[in-house]
Design a protein around this ligand. Structure first.
Ligand SMILES: [Fe+2]
Length: 295
């Protein structure tokens, strides 16, 4: 009898901490900031710092940046382009949590015909991004969720960017998914939207041309969320009771001059609880500041 009571006592003591461990492992928040378009002009560093401060206040586990970290290196020379990436890299050290970057079209070095550099340059296209931030596509795990960051860009023969998940990456994605259990919740991050209503609403817009190849690879997996950037447009959808997609507005708005598509500058905070998620779009105060200062 004494032994039984002791077991009960130990179990009662142990249960609350076991509960807390499970709960903290499966509940977390993360921030999705996209289209920061950082540059020294237009008081952009002031606006980006406001976003960093707001994120730090909220204290998510990590930050995902959805691409176009800088504006821009497509047309740029080496010196200006390096200075933009250095500015972003230094400022983003101000986040109190890890930052995962996605490559955007404006982060592709020297790809436009007007750039003084060309494909012979070691930083060409993905090279500069890779030098500062590492691979342009990768995955990581966080508290039982699997995050896949895609590179949704390539370059045409006539030196424009195009929206595609290139074939090498599709091979990598297949191998990556082979290591992920079918029940593991998955988040995909992409600069160019895989799915968007913008084309239908405005008659113009861009989306990944082989998006269906990506979705078909995810068909037997627990895709929960697709996070997207590029169009500085805020939209949300829930597809077939299966996955959500969020196009996350932008930090820069219309080139730091005001809203684009009527979407206020801001970012998305995602809250995960177990295998479900909720989200909100948060204003970090740039619009009010810009108007107050007459910028
Ligand atoms: Fe952008």
């Amino acid at each position: 009898m004494k032994i039984n009571l002791a077991i009960v006592f130990v179990a009662v003591l142990a249960f609350p901490s076991w509960c807390q461990t499970i709960e903290s492992d499966s509940s977390f928040t993360f921030a999705f900031l996209t289209d920061i378009h950082l540059k020294p002009e237009m008081n952009a560093p002031v606006g980006f710092q406001m976003a960093i401060d707001k994120v730090n206040e909220l204290n998510p586990d990590f930050v995902l940046s959805g691409g176009d970290q800088v504006y821009d290196v497509m047309r740029g020379n080496q010196e200006r382009s390096d200075s933009l990436f250095t500015l972003y890299k230094e400022m983003s050290k101000g986040f109190n949590m890890p930052v995962y970057n996605t490559v955007g079209n404006h982060d592709l070095f020297g790809i436009y015909a007007e750039s003084p550099e060309d494909e012979s340059h070691p930083d060409y296209k993905y090279g500069m991004f890779e030098r500062y931030f590492g691979d342009t596509y990768y995955s990581f795990d966080h508290k039982g969720w699997h995050f896949i960051v895609l590179n949704s860009l390539d370059v045409t023969e006539d030196k424009r960017y195009k929206s595609i998940v290139h074939s090498d990456q599709l091979i990598w994605l297949k191998r990556d998914l082979e290591k992920v259990a079918s029940k593991t919740p998955i988040v995909v991050v992409t600069h160019i939207p895989l799915v968007t209503a913008r084309t239908q609403v405005t008659g113009s817009g861009q989306q990944v041309e082989n998006a269906s190849a990506v979705f078909s690879m995810l068909e037997n997996h627990n895709l929960k969320l697709v996070l997207q950037g590029h169009i500085h447009w805020k939209e949300y959808g829930h597809v077939n009771d299966r996955f959500h997609f969020i196009t996350g507005g932008s930090i820069a708005g219309n080139g730091w001059k005001g809203r684009r598509h009527n979407t206020k500058e801001g970012f998305v905070l995602i809250k995960v609880t177990g295998s479900t998620l909720t989200w909100e779009y948060l204003d970090h105060g740039w619009e009010a500041k810009r108007i107050e200062m007459g910028w």
